[in-house]
Ligand binder design. Structure first.
Ligand code: ADP
Ligand code: ZN
Length: 614
């Protein structure tokens, strides 16, 4: 007998509060839960960290039988299952990491109706044995996570995903929910057709990640800038630093380690054991900084990554958004920080121009790079620009560098003319470093050798410093007013668009390069940084308690309680179990399990304060 939706929605809310400890659904979560729990199919498009898991976990609990979750991320299943068990949910997994004996025990539990949620690897699910097993059990729903893996054009393609339509054929009465964080319409259409989801309701969430603060700084001395960012804004926090090359990853990680940062390298050139070790430490320990190429990505599900830093420019806005999206999945404030300079632009253009790819592909790649450059050079809100790229309208966000400290623009027409003249007068054969020396009138062997000290432009730009000129050349290239000749080692050349500027027919407006280090960021609501000193001390003790607990149980720290929950406890300092239950993330099971020891930690703090005062 179908359950009326209103009843479902009140039961869903009750489960959300009691089991998961959250007071309210986010965005479309509630609607999705009711739809699927009521037997409907769904396709859910939600950004990373949006809260996709609850969309199938709660219906699995509301419906009779077991929810089967198909996921390609075997490495994560263990932690997902551990996290659910912490909440008192009967969860298990079936994948190749299990011994035959353990697998049989899980199968028996499924058949006996003793599981709420079962995670299964797709290749396992598709075996005749497993399909038969499922046929003999009561199934609440099928959840197909990372559904974009069916897309043959995407970089996460998994051939087994194509066969998942068999679920619909064999079990037509069981509702299916497919979930992905990939936004583009083409992938969406592919998921619908390949998984036979024609009757599914499609839920598209906003792709905004409001807790992530976007910052793009002018590249000056990138390592030092990075270190300052880590020390000023993220001491002791977990984060990811992306670099383009393996060598730079190794060098940066080693250098950070000499500066006292717990940094570990990760790239495809390291052996599997080292990679697994480093990823495992990042996932489980507190405050590890991973320095990585983009090989580090898919399957990173750590909710408390507090920053993602880019030392090199990614290839596209999609790449940038996916990589930065790994920050702040827990909803607490996080940073996406990038250094960007002329060198990045030259390098990325070069990678495209020098590749063997077809012309079409090069054209698309160039357009994607240009969109990213537009984001880097904009004087407007970064978020507005990002979301517009994904087809969403928005208003200035107040939580990006350009909103917080609007960059000044200046009339750079004359500077642009000088720079373009310098390019022209030196024969379009030199890079920015040399051109800047010429403009600033720097005497030297190199300048003398070429006779550039006798040019009319020599010393013509002494009014601007080196950093300002770097900004001018970078923006000229980004705006297409000059271009890079890769055959000639990155020499700058004029373009068609240079002429009207040189002739004084077209004014040029540019962003002013920020002088010196940027102000320390404005404090933000919810950030541990704005905890009172006493609460900050308490937070440190709560973290120590959590670490000990996580070690005893051999699970990642966040599985016990999220950073955001600990911060809320430190801020509110609840006096009893009832008050503790009001903290988001503490459901009935966690309250019973950890409530008393949490209160002990809080009281120990009182004693310490008392003792110190006496
Ligand atoms: P996704 O799979 O979409 O990346 P998750 O399901 O892992 O996201 O959820 C991201 C984070 O948001 C988790 O830490 C989860 O506990 C939290 N979360 C999800 N839904 C809610 C909610 N309704 N209220 C509070 N926190 C939530
Ligand atoms: Zn903004």
């Amino acid at each position: 007998m179908p359950v009326p939706p209103t009843d479902l929605s009140s039961r869903a809310l009750q489960l959300l509060a009691e089991t998961f400890g959250h007071p309210a659904f986010r965005d479309a979560q509630g609607e999705i839960v009711v739809h699927v729990a009521g037997g409907g199919d769904a396709l859910v498009l939600m950004p990373t960290g949006g809260g996709k898991s609850l969309c199938y976990q709660i219906p699995s609990l509301l419906r009779e039988g077991t929810g089967i979750v198909v996921s390609p991320l075997i490495a994560l299943m263990q932690d997902q299952v551990a996290a659910l068990r912490q909440l008192g949910v009967r969860a298990a997994l079936l994948n190749s990491t299990l011994s035959a004996r353990d697998a049989r025990a899980v199968e028996a539990a499924l058949t006996a109706g003793e599981l709420d949620v079962l995670y299964v690897a797709p290749e396992r699910l598709l075996t005749p044995r497993c399909l038969e097993l499922i046929g003999g059990a009561k199934i609440a729903l099928f959840a197909i996570d990372e559904a974009h893996c069916v897309s043959q054009w995407g970089h996460d393609f998994r051939p087994e995903y194509l066969q998942l339509s068999v679920l619909h054929e064999r079990f037509p009465a069981v509702p299916r929910i497919a979930l992905t964080a990939t936004a583009d319409p083409q992938t969406r259409a592919e998921i619908v057709s390949r998984l036979a989801l024609d009757r599914a309701r499609i839920f598209v969430s906003s792709f905004d990640r409001p807790n992530i603060r976007y910052t793009i700084v002018d590249k000056d001395d990138p390592r030092t800038q990075l270190l300052r960012f880590l020390r000023d804004e993220h001491p002791g926090d977990a984060g990811i630093v992306y670099c383009l090359s393996r060598r730079k990853v190794d060098e940066t990680a080693a250098w950070l380690a000499t500066k006292g940062v717990s940094a570990l390298p990760y790239h495809a050139g390291l052996d599997t054991a080292t990679r697994t070790l480093h990823q495992g430490r990042f996932q489980r320990e507190d405050g590890i900084v991973i320095v990585a190429t983009i090989a580090f990505g898919m399957g990173i599900d750590k909710p408390d990554v507090r920053f993602v830093a880019h030392l090199d420019l990614p290839k596209s806005i999609e790449g940038y958004y996916q990589e930065t999206g790994r920050a702040g999945r827990d909803g607490a404030p996080a940073d996406a920080w990038m250094t960007y300079g002329l060198g990045d632009l030259v390098q990325q253009r070069r990678l495209i121009d020098m590749s063997d790819a077809a012309e079409d592909y090069k054209r698309v790649s160039t357009a994607k790079l240009d969109a990213l450059l537009g984001l880097c050079e904009t004087a407007g809100c970064r978020r507005v620009r990002l979301l517009a790229y994904f087809g969403e309208d928005s208003a200035p966000c107040g939580n990006c560098d350009t909103c917080l400290e609007p960059p000044q623009t200046w009339d750079a027409t004359v500077a642009a003319q000088k720079a373009l003249s310098a390019i022209y007068r030196t024969g379009q054969r030199f890079g920015a470093v040399h051109l800047i020396d010429v403009l600033r009138g720097k005497e030297g062997e190199r300048i003398g050798r070429w006779g550039h000290d006798r040019l009319a432009v020599f010393g013509l730009g002494a009014d601007l410093d080196e950093a300002a000129w770097r900004g001018v050349f970078r923006q000229l290239v980004a705006l297409g007013l000059a271009c890079v000749d890769h055959e000639a080692h990155g020499a700058l050349k004029l373009t068609e668009a240079s002429r009207p500027v040189l002739r004084g027919e077209q004014p040029v407006e540019m962003r002013r390069v920020a002088a010196g280090p940027r102000r320390k960021s404005a404090s933000r609501a919810g950030a541990p940084a704005d905890l009172a000193p006493a609460a900050a001390g308490l937070l440190a003790r709560l973290k120590a308690w959590r670490l000990a607990e996580a070690r005893t149980q051999a699970v990642p720290a966040y599985v016990i309680l999220h950073d955001s929950a600990l911060a809320e406890i430190a801020r509110r300092c609840p006096a009893d179990l009832d008050a503790l239950a009001a903290v988001s993330g503490i459901g009935a099971t966690k309250l019973a399990r950890y409530g008393p020891s949490l209160l002990d930690v809080l009281r120990a703090g009182d004693d310490a304060a008392f003792g110190a005062g006496a």
